[in-house]
Design a protein around this ligand. Sequence first.
Ligand code: XMP
Length: 504
Amino acid sequence: MGIVVLDFGSQYTRLIARRLRELGAFSVILPGTASLKEILAHDPQAIVLSGGPASVQDPDAPRPDPKLFSSGLPILGICYGMQLLAHHFGGEVERGKRREYGKALLIRHEGPLFRGLEGGVQVWMSHSDTVTAPPPGWRIVAETEECPIAAIASPDGRAFGVQFHPEVVHTPQGKRILDNFLALARVERDWTPAHVLDSLIAEVRERTAGKRVLLGVSGGVDSSALALLLSRAGADHVAVFVDHGLLRHREREEVEGALRPLGVNLRVVDARERFLSALRGVTDPEEKRRIIGHEFIRVFEEVARKLGPFQFLAQGTLYPDVIESAGGTGAANIKSHHNVGGLPAKLGFALLEPFRYLFKDEVRELARLLGLPDGIRLRHPFPGPGLAVRILGEVTEERLEVLRRADAIFIQGLKEHGLYDEVWQAFCVLLPVRSVGVTGDERRYGYVVALRAVTSVDGMTADWARLPHGFLDEVARRITREVPQVGRVVYDVTSKPPATIEWE
Ligand code: XMP
């Protein structure tokens, strides 16, 4: 049931699957060269051929099983997928002399694939080869200024090729186009987040039967949702939460309160003393990160030895992490700053990464179904090294306490004013300077706290958040009143680039 997406190596393949899920269609991604038999084993109602970097002119370019084309299954070829269709059915595909990349407008479109589209239809192009003549009997059903054959349809109206990418957000009506294809192919639409969850539970249950799983929980949505998934799947697991002393106000209690009642076998390791003494006297940000990463791995190793053996290390890796680290599978894909990145190879674990094909908002949705409280589910990202990179200069117990209290006031204020969900990330930074102030008749030198709040889509670029002046005023007053060590509050109005989101 559903769709088989044949993957020819496009960076967007998962995005196709994700859009199909959003449209309620189940999909399986198979290698582009899968045999018709393997494809039919999934009982698909339609096929999507993804884009890819190859050229159909190359003798060793990846191609689908030729029998697929006469199987009678409806096919949508995207970019390279369209070129495969054109090439197979006798059209012409020319090697591009230059790459067309970016937005384009359809100056003409027709037929059922484009039914219901409104106004000027913007599409996203990213290709170098182009179809220069459609196969005999095929119709050209869309064109742009630059690309006279932007979409083609087979004589029987069951196969389509589009040169642009309907799956990306830069093709704003792309989802409608995919929707039309699903309707034409009469694909069933019963794929919901609840189904995704059921299949993940089944997968985890099957893979971990008779095995033991170790998991690091950071308190973020991904690892928390994963802990709940393991629990729901009945996996024999230990979820380790390392309290490195660099956490926010009441963070540890919140994680415990959310996960334990839902059956997560949570072990909290109190390693505060150990981290803080390792950080004593250290002011260089990269050195702080290195020490924290190193201590983290040591603590984790100790736990693994004490409570082991474990066969699996579960990680909340998401699809964007996989793309970022250049695709493929296995340990090579772990983000370099991932806290337990060095572990699998060292301890000989197999990796269990059930979310590796999902996007953040999909995991948030699963987390909701798994019962994760919104406090954690919708929480802003928090760096692995925690408050250590938000205290500029040396990290001390006293500074941590000052920062924690100021930060809690800022965050609480954002929540009370309905602003928390409007920003990507918000936090306080403790600066290593003292500034003068007056309280009564006395001149006092207090800490300076910077408020940082940014809007962003993915953290790669960010804009400073235009928080209302009245709100900033209220937060500054509360912080200086309730945290007497702070004498001055400033607001960071720098975007990324040139600044980064964090200060260190
Ligand atoms: P920057 O400061 O680089 O941050 O603009 C982008 C995003 O990454 C987070 N960040 C980190 N996360 N370890 C982490 O796990 C780190 O060392 C680290 N440094 C920054 C930051 O909070 C933001 O979401």
